[in-house]
Each structure stands twice: as C-alpha cells, then as structure tokens.
Ligand binder design. Structure first.
Ligand code: AMP
Length: 276
C-alpha cells in the first residue's frame, strides 16, 4: 500500500494503477477506522480492481461548537487496517492541501441538506459535498463507496454527482453494527461503558418502531412512543426521529420508507436508521 499526502503524489500513484489497466474505487473516511470502514473497502474491491482510501478530518463539515479538534485521530492503526483490507493507495492530505490559502468555493447541497441532521448541523452537508467533490475530482475513481449509516449524506452525495455530471458510480454500503446492535461509529469511542449499553437502545427502538409501521400503525404515534422509549432509556436529547421516503428522503407517513434518528447521550451525538 502506498501512502500519499499530496494531490500530486495521489495523481502519480493513481496514474500508475491506470497504466496497469485497473479500475479504481474510492473510499473516503475521516479515520479512527472500525469494521464499518473496512467493509466499505471490501465492497470497493468488489466494484473495482484497486481501492484508494482517504483519511481526512474535514474542518468544513464541523460546526463551530462541534468536535473537530477532539475528533479521534489514530493514523498508525488506521494505516494497518487499510493495508490489511487490501487498499492500494492511502491518501492523507493535510488541511492546507485540501483548503490552501485563498480557497473560496463551496458547494451548496440544496434543500434536503437543511432538513434532518441539517437542521441541527447548519452547513454540515455543504462541507461534506465540497470535500467529497474535491476527492472525486482528485482521484477520478470509477466508483465511490459510502455507508448507509450516514443515510442523508449518501443521498446528498448522489444528488451532487447527478447535478454536477460527475462520472462516478456511487455505491451504498449496509450498516455494520456491534453485537448488541449499536451502529459502528468513530464517535462511539466517546461513550462511557454505561453509555454504550444505553446506546444500543437506539437501534432496538428504531427496529421496534419499524415493525409497528410495517403493521400499518400511524407514524405520528409510533414516533412519539419511540422518543419516549429513548428518553426513558437515558438519552439526554433527541434531535429527531422521522420517517422519510427511502429514495427521495421526502417526508412520508407510511411504509416503505426509511426511519432516521439522531439523539444525544451526554456529549455524544448518535445517528442511526433502519429500512421500513
Ligand atoms: P466517517 O469516517 O465517519 O466519515 O465515515 C466514512 C464512511 O464510512 C462513510 O461513508 C460512512 O457512512 C461509512 N460508515 C461509517 N460507519 C459505518 C458503519 N457502521 N457501517 C457502514 N459504513 C459506515
């Protein structure tokens, strides 16, 4: 595995793969890697002959009071995991490589970006759309893999790629979970042992709500019950639980759809979603 830190070195390393006739899959991450990220690399290798994985904690997608500075950074372990997973190129640009002095152009991700997580994280999806577009321009992969864990993000990226005519296939990857159901996330490292036990209630609650919705119960009352269940379990704040159309992400009142949630345990914000 080649480790590169500049755009120029990335271009050269990719050119070397292209000369060998290899198709390329891109797996963007922010590091602090877990098995969810590793599964994305595995999926990447099913869609392309070589995988480029990036690690970049993107300041543009963090709000002023968010966890940018304390976001876990575990470069050595990450590189070992990427190598073991079969990555050809690990791309780890510094912040001023991605946003050099004078950088001024941001992508505005549209209406859906201001809903769900966007209500609570203004500007977040513009930051995501900007960095992902830059990574796609820099690596020009044949496909790029994103997890359904960040379901709204996947939706926004599909929209950006469609709207800006970027020639890449976006592949969605299923959510990898801990044994007790908690969706794997780099931010799970913030959780204390007891918070971790409570965190698993989020998935269980969403699953229970989804099965009630499948039985035809009204979304409004199902969601109200789910919020109560989370509060009772010890979640300190619930940003939202919403049923949305799985394709358009527009509000819907019945299955089939996607039930999405964001809730806080102390200082840690967890998101999850399930198919309905
Ligand atoms: P992050 O490092 O959190 O920005 O995530 C990088 C990529 O990994 C994104 O496409 C995420 O959706 C994906 N990802 C994160 N957690 C999981 C998970 N538990 N299962 C599958 N994909 C995930």
């Amino acid at each position: 595995m080649e480790v590169v830190r500049s755009r120029q070195a990335l271009t050269q390393a990719i050119r070397a793969l292209r000369v060998l006739g290899k198709t390329i899959g891109l797996v963007p991450t922010m590091g602090a890697l877990h098995n969810g990220h590793v599964s994305l690399v595995g999926l990447g290798l099913r869609h392309a002959q070589a995988v480029v994985a990036s690690i970049f904690v993107n300041p543009a997608q963090f709000g002023p009071n968010e966890d940018f500075s304390r976001y876990p950074r575990t470069e050595q372990e990450d590189l070992e995991k990427l190598k073991a997973a079969g990555v050809s190129i690990a791309y780890l640009p510094a912040v001023d490589e991605m946003y050099p002095q004078g950088f001024a152009t941001y992508i505005s991700a549209g209406k859906i970006a201001n809903e769900l997580c966007g209500v609570f994280r203004p500007g977040h999806f513009d930051g995501v759309a900007t960095v992902v577009t830059k990574l796609l321009m820099q690596a020009s992969p044949d496909s790029a893999i994103f997890g359904e864990k960040d379901y709204q993000q996947l939706h926004v990226i599909r929209q950006v790629v469609r709207d800006l005519d970027i020639a890449v296939r976006i592949v969605g990857a299923p959510i990898m979970r801990e044994k007790e159901g908690l969706a794997m996330s780099s931010r799970n490292r913030y959780l204390s042992e007891s918070e971790r036990v409570t965190a698993a209630v989020l998935y269980r609650t969403l699953q229970q709500a989804a099965s009630k919705l499948r039985e035809g119960r009204r979304a409004e009352s199902v969601i109200k019950d789910a919020k109560n269940a989370l509060q009772k379990a010890g979640f300190t704040k619930i940003d939202y639980i919403e049923l949305r159309n799985a394709q358009t992400l527009l509000p819907t009142y019945s299955a089939p759809g996607r039930l999405l949630a964001a809730a806080w345990l102390g200082n840690t914000r967890l998101i999850d979603n399930v198919e309905v």
